[in-house]
Structures are given as C-alpha cells and as structure tokens.
Write a protein that binds this ligand. Structure first.
Ligand code: NDP
Length: 236
C-alpha cells in the first residue's frame, strides 16, 4: 500500500463526500472531513467548518495540521443547490450558490496550497457536475458555479503544475443519493432514459474515481474534467 496521506474532504459528513471519505479511509489514508454540522464517518477526523467563511476554513486547516499533519490531498466537495427558473432567481439564490460551490473551493484551496508548495507535491480534486458544462434549466446559479470550478482547476494547474501539484475536476452526473431516491418514480425513469448507461451512478463509482485521480498513478493528469455520468454529458 502506498504511504498514508492526509486527505481533507469538504462536505464529507453525508452523501457523495462521505463515500469519498470512506474510500480514502479504506485506502489507509488519514482523513479529515469538514461540514457545518461536524459529523464524519468512523475513523475520520470530524471538523466543523463553513466554506463560505475564510476564518472558519483557516481554523479547520490549523486543527487538521495539528492533529494529522499537513494536508496533501484536498477534495472540494461541499455544495448546495437553490434551483429556480432564471427570471425568478433571486440575487441571494445566485450568490449563495456561487459563494458556497465556487468560493468555498477557492477558500479551501487557497489555504491548502501553502503546505503543498512547501512539500512540492499535492492533489486537488474539485467536485463539479455534469450541470456545469451541459447546462440545466433552473440551475443557472449551480451550473455557473460548477463551470467556474473548471477555470479554477485550470488556473491552479498553470500556476502550480511545476510544483508537483495537480488540480482536476470530477463531474458526476445523476448519483443515487437520498435526493434522487426521493424523486417520483416517473421522473427517475425519464432522467434515466436520457443517460446512455440507463441508470444513476452509485456514490462509490464517483468516490473511486476521486481516489484514483488523487493517486500517484494519475501524476501526469492535471486541468482535466473527468465525467462520471454514464455518458450523459459527452463533449466536455
Ligand atoms: P449533499 O447535500 O448530500 O451534501 C452536501 C455537503 O456539503 C454536506 O456535507 C454539507 O454539510 C456540505 N456543505 C454545504 N454547504 C456547506 C458550507 N457552507 N460549508 C461547509 N460544508 C457545506 O450533496 P451530495 O452528496 O449530493 O453532493 C456532493 C457534491 O457533489 C456537491 O458539490 C454536488 O454539487 C455534487 N454533485 C452531486 C450530484 C448528485 O446527484 N447528488 C451530481 C453531481 C454533482 P453541512 O450541510 O453539514 O454543512
């Protein structure tokens, strides 16, 4: 097994982030999980932090560095939706989503890269969505935030690619979570009909790709958008 690394997953208390945390834990890594409610899977360090607040992000990193060591892998996964048709979307619904999904990744990465630069290595994985580059009606805010993550990863790649740091985007399609399970059966069938794979992803299928893109094996991949969407968004 490769050396155990310190991995931070934002929004790792539930959903896809929790599966990502479990995947790294199973790999033998030292995992810290942040969220506002402060829960975490067994074996991970649980840290309360709000990605919309720089001081909170800074305090979380300080705690993780003290308890586990410098963060070597960042998975910026925390995200929210505030769906509405564009003409009814409020300024707050737009800016809250941008501030959490894109601003949260920016704050987390900005705080985390100092120790990566010092170590001359690091892995940054930004969790986007098929919605970012495909576009989804009712998600002007969410799609914009998720597309923004591509620009962020590519700028990081050009700034820090020579320091042994990679930054990639993982773009899931529909993932089977409590949210998709709660959709009416007919709506689930309609969505699945549009997906070449004809099914939703299991959260583990996203988590495994995240673990791999953060591994040594993927050292020469940076600035890439890796879809995990059953073929829904082809053309990224
Ligand atoms: P969940 O709603 O289950 O989880 C979202 C996570 O983000 C929670 O851990 C939540 O914790 C955290 N979070 C939200 N706001 C903040 C904040 N301000 N500060 C810190 N943490 C925050 O979502 P999913 O697991 O479904 O999604 C995870 C990621 O995957 C998101 O980025 C989402 O956009 C993306 N995605 C999801 C898809 C799906 O089908 N589910 C498809 C494509 C992409 P807490 O509320 O406690 O702070």
């Amino acid at each position: 097994m490769p050396d155990s690394r310190v991995v931070l997953i934002t929004g790792g208390n539930r959903g896809i982030g929790r599966k990502i945390a479990e995947e790294f834990l199973a790999n033998g890594d030292r995992v810290a999980v942040t969220s506002r409610n402060g829960d975490a899977p067994e074996g991970a360090l649980a840290v309360s932090a709000d990605v919309t607040d720089s001081d909170s992000v800074d305090a979380a990193f300080t705690e993780i560095e003290e308890k586990l060591g410098p963060v070597e892998v960042i998975v910026a996964n925390a995200g929210i939706t505030r769906d509405n048709l564009l003409m009814r979307m409020s300024e707050d619904d737009f800016s809250d989503v941008i501030d959490t999904n894109l601003g949260g990744a920016f704050r987390t990465v900005r705080r985390g890269i100092t120790s990566m630069i010092r170590a001359k290595k690091g892995r940054i994985v930004l969790i986007s969505s098929v919605s970012g580059l495909y576009g989804v009606p009712g998600q002007a805010n969410y799609s914009s935030s998720k597309a923004g993550l591509v620009g962020l990863a590519r700028s990081i790649t050009r700034e820090l690619g020579s320091r042994g740091i990679t930054a990639n985007v993982v773009a899931p399609g529909y993932v089977r979570t409590e949210m998709t399970d709660a959709l009416p059966e007919k709506q689930q069938q309609d969505y699945q009909a549009a997906i070449p794979a004809k099914r939703f992803a299991e959260p583990e299928e996203v988590a495994r790709v995240v673990r791999w893109i953060a591994s040594d094996e993927a050292a020469y991949i940076s600035g890439a958008v890796i879809p995990v969407d059953g073929g829904l968004g082809m053309g990224h």
